[in-house]
Design a protein around this ligand. Structure first.
Ligand code: IPM
Ligand code: MG
Length: 357
């Protein structure tokens, strides 16, 4: 099969980790007789420097005509002082919005190979952790209007709008229920309906949707409690369905308790058009260019791309197995290093995965 993949390496460690992912994709193509054609485009700080815009029009059109988009990370201190519209993060938020990528899937699991890196108490970890955060990605306080900073009664005042309409809630709830059917058939909807109107509507609409999914067990949790339950007993969760801001926070939490932010992939999809695949971690400017970043979240994001966008389940399985084999064979990057293991750089870890494909 021939597929075009638009690469958006972005900033910080983005280019190094994407290079490892590309290596793995090329090896997979060779092994299975596919042809992956790579196009590269600018996003984030790199695009601000190169084209004066965190998301140049040329990038949007390259993404639209690709079969999938593969993104590294955006942001860094160099661009922190720019206006909100010119921040690197705006590039990422705009590409999600422009391509209608409303559903963000963020699986978090505890690999037995990395049990030693898990931050949870042994008896809690022993119960297991295998969940998927289904995060709404194009609504909420991230995009709600009005927003701004202005002077009110002589005081500088900042404000944003937390807002969802029922259609936005329905389509993400649908994704979560469908995902649950392919897993352990449990959805926990996370919101703050004891305080927020947008959450009250969220809960109401999710309950309505549930009528079509009687085979899926639905529960509801306030976000503060969910944050606590995630460390107290993550084994209770299968699919966590939540909005944009709560999902941003809970997915970082869910990932780091597994041992490292550097391990977790993600997929963003819409009703049609190419999906976007990226690690959930950021651009880590402090370690950029030093060949120490963990490329595994990015490599595992490539596996999600193959499975979800290209229907290449076997190829995806092989990549995931190669990652686990590299870990089982004792190779680690600095973020997941344990005594007695061999520490590798970003490129070295990429090579070990390729060798095991
Ligand atoms: C993420 C990131 C982004 C977000 C930032 C970089 C805009 O934290 O993908 O989780 O908040 O969505
Ligand atoms: Mg985040």
């Amino acid at each position: 099969m021939k597929k075009t993949i638009c690469l958006l390496p972005g900033d910080g460690i983005g280019p190094e980790i994407i290079a490892q992912g590309v290596k793995v994709l090329e090896a997979t193509a060779e092994k299975f007789g596919h042809e992956f054609v790579f196009e590269t485009a600018l996003i984030g700080g790199a695009a601000i420097d190169g084209a004066g815009d965190p998301l140049p029009e040329a990038t949007v059109s390259k993404c639209r005509s690709a079969d999938a988009i593969y993104l590294g990370a955006v942001g860094g201190p160099k661009w922190d002082k720019l206006s909100p519209e010119m921040r690197p993060e705006k590039g990422l938020l705009r590409i999600r919005k422009e391509l209608g990528l409303f559903a963000n899937l963020r699986p978090a699991m505890l690999l037995p190979e990395l049990a030693g890196a898990c931050l949870l108490r042994a008896d809690i970890a022993a119960k297991g952790l295998d969940l998927m955060v289904v995060r709404e990605l194009t609504g909420d306080v991230y995009f709600g209007e009005p927003r701004g900073i202005e002077t009110r009664d002589g005081l500088r005042t900042g404000y944003n709008t937390m807002i969802y309409n029922e259609e936005e809630i329905r389509r993400i709830a649908w994704v979560a229920f469908e995902a649950a059917r392919k897993r352990r058939s449990k959805v926990c909807s996370v919101e703050k309906s004891n305080v927020l109107e947008s959450s009250r509507l969220w809960k109401e609409v999710v309950m309505e949707m549930h009528r079509e999914y009687a085979d899926v067990e639905l529960s509801h949790m306030y976000v503060d409690n969910a944050a606590m339950q995630l460390v107290r007993d993550p084994s209770q969760f299968d699919v966590i369905l939540t909005g944009n801001i709560f999902g941003d926070i809970l997915s970082d939490e869910a990932s780091v308790i597994t041992g490292s932010l550097g391990m977790l992939p993600s997929a963003s999809t819409g009703a049609s058009g190419p999906g976007l695949f990226e690690p959930i971690h950021g651009s880590a400017p402090d370690i950029a260019g030093r060949d120490v970043a963990n490329p595994l979240a990015t490599i595992l994001s490539a596996a999600m791309m193959l499975r979800l966008s290209f229907d290449m389940a076997e190829e995806a399985d092989q990549i995931e197995k190669a990652v686990r084999k590299a870990l089982a064979d004792g190779f680690r990057t600095a973020d997941i290093m344990e005594p007695g293991k061999e520490m590798l750089g970003c490129k070295g870890m990429g090579d070990k995965v390729v060798e095991r494909l």
